[in-house]
Design a protein around this ligand. Sequence first.
Ligand code: G6P
Length: 628
Amino acid sequence: MCGIVGYIGYRKAYPILIKGLHRLEYRGYDSAGCALVTDGGNLEIYKAKGKVADLEAAADGKDVSGELGIAHTRWATHGAPSTTNAHPHVSMSGDITLVHNGIIENYVTLRTQLEKRGYVFKSQTDTEVLVQLIEFQQKLRNCSLEVAVRYALKLAIGAYAIAVIDKKNPTRLVAARKASPLAIGIGEENKEFFLASDASPIAEYTKQIVYLNDDEVAVIERGKDLHVFTLQGEEATAEVKEVDVDLSMLDKGGYPHFMLKEIFDQPQVLRDCMRGRIVNNIYSSVTGQAHEVSLDVVLSAVSNHRRELLRARRIVIVSCGTSWHAGLIGKQLIEHFCRIPVEVAYASEFRYSDPVVDKDDVVIAISQSGETADTLAAIQLAKEKGAFVYGIVNAVGSSIARNTDTGTYIHVGPEIGVASTKAFTGQVTVLTLFSLALGMMKGTVDQQEYQDVLAELVKIPEKIEVVLKQNDKIKEIAQQYVNCRNFLYLGRGYNYPVALEGALKLKEISYIHAEGYPAAEMKHGPIALIDENMPVVFLTNHHARYQKVISNLQEVISRHGNILAIIHKDDETVKKMVQNYIEVPETISCLSPLVSVIPLQILSYHVAVARGLNVDQPRNLAKSVTVE
Ligand code: G6P
């Protein structure tokens, strides 16, 4: 969702901006644009509806010189996707230009006031208000760009990350943030600076990164130290972090789409996620020979916050989308191993629900991007109410990672495909480790079960590999469903959230309507929809309630439903009952989501590809939802 890139230095800005926009494409957008202060001192703006490639076509053959520029990918909120509404927006004098992520909530009031003072607006965006307001403040106060930016932002209500340039002063770039991420990369000896919504466009140039905090304004000048100010004008500390992004993870690595690569990445990234967190204890006998091996979870965030976690009377999980589905699995894991009641709330509902939360509650925020606006707001509310907040996040250094009291990174590498895959299995893996570690600390987990789950968890990557080998078979099965209009996904217990996630994956990228349901709940409504045209994806690979699931399966068969079952290998009973099946290796119940979600990810991928759709950037969706 909206991406910002900026450059000031000694190289040509344009190629850096374009490459950076490509790096941010995964966030989802519908138009793109860039502004350059050219060698001749002109401000050149190029924009296009559509993709970054369309922007490149629009700038083709034009003046793209200059060593200062800003660029943007826009995901429409106020005003349809169009060249006019695309950023950068320019002030009335034509001197100041700006790109913006976020929403200015009081833009109508500000716009009306500016219009009364003679300002003319060209677009329908909330963003254009900001650039006019900055110019108005600059003229009113006869001040520098950064001071005008500060005064303008004090009047703006809402969320923003902005980058602003003034063609009259081409040695500086001003940036600011509130509730929308912005990272500044510092080149060698301050000779150049890079600006972006996340570290991915910066990583190949420098590892030295400053993440702006809310209500901070950065003044970035070629050849000078970076200066950061509060909105009140006091100098703030620019904390430089060493950020290492594995660049090979940002490429498709030979796969046709990021989503397929990320599905296939899962065995390796889950090993990375567990590395150093599951350790072997080898007890030696007096003879010096190892005779007993046990496994242990080491999660520093849990052991370092013993007091806050042990006093939790309740845990509330807040998240959105796929992360919310991981939260539903987390609830079952934590309640089982830690015997603490858990609620799972959509962050967007939690923040406006006047929630009963206090200092004896622990709030767990789950987020792949670490930037989801609703989840971030839910965290802030929970903190105000005194709760201890634990983050389970993928993007290192992201806003959620920085705003939680402690947390555990899932370490699955950048996820580029809009439909989340490896982040989901990473989140479930960390939730498993978290509940085992906390359960052990509380004394609520059975020692043998603790050992059994850990011994099985380390085998999960191999079991996922077994499922991935069936990619071709799943692709064939997918062809049968390409023209279907509705799907039902059913599962019980730990596999109920997997049914929800399978349905979400299908609708996100194939635009086929799909619903997930707890298998037994089907009788209370969805059964009315079942006939021979209704594909039903049934997750039967669940030990504890296998017989119950078989009964639910019979109910669908009696209504002539077209069943695709996810089964344990060699489950001959179900094989004979259904039209299609995909085998997954057996595992223990609480870990079954980690294997049973894989065929559902692959199935949606192949259905979407067969329908000729843009798998990595589905229509209307954004990877990082930075507006509420
Ligand atoms: C968007 C993405 C989903 C993601 C959700 C929550 O809708 O398209 O894939 O699950 O946001 O995002 P988060 O980054 O907080 O996990």
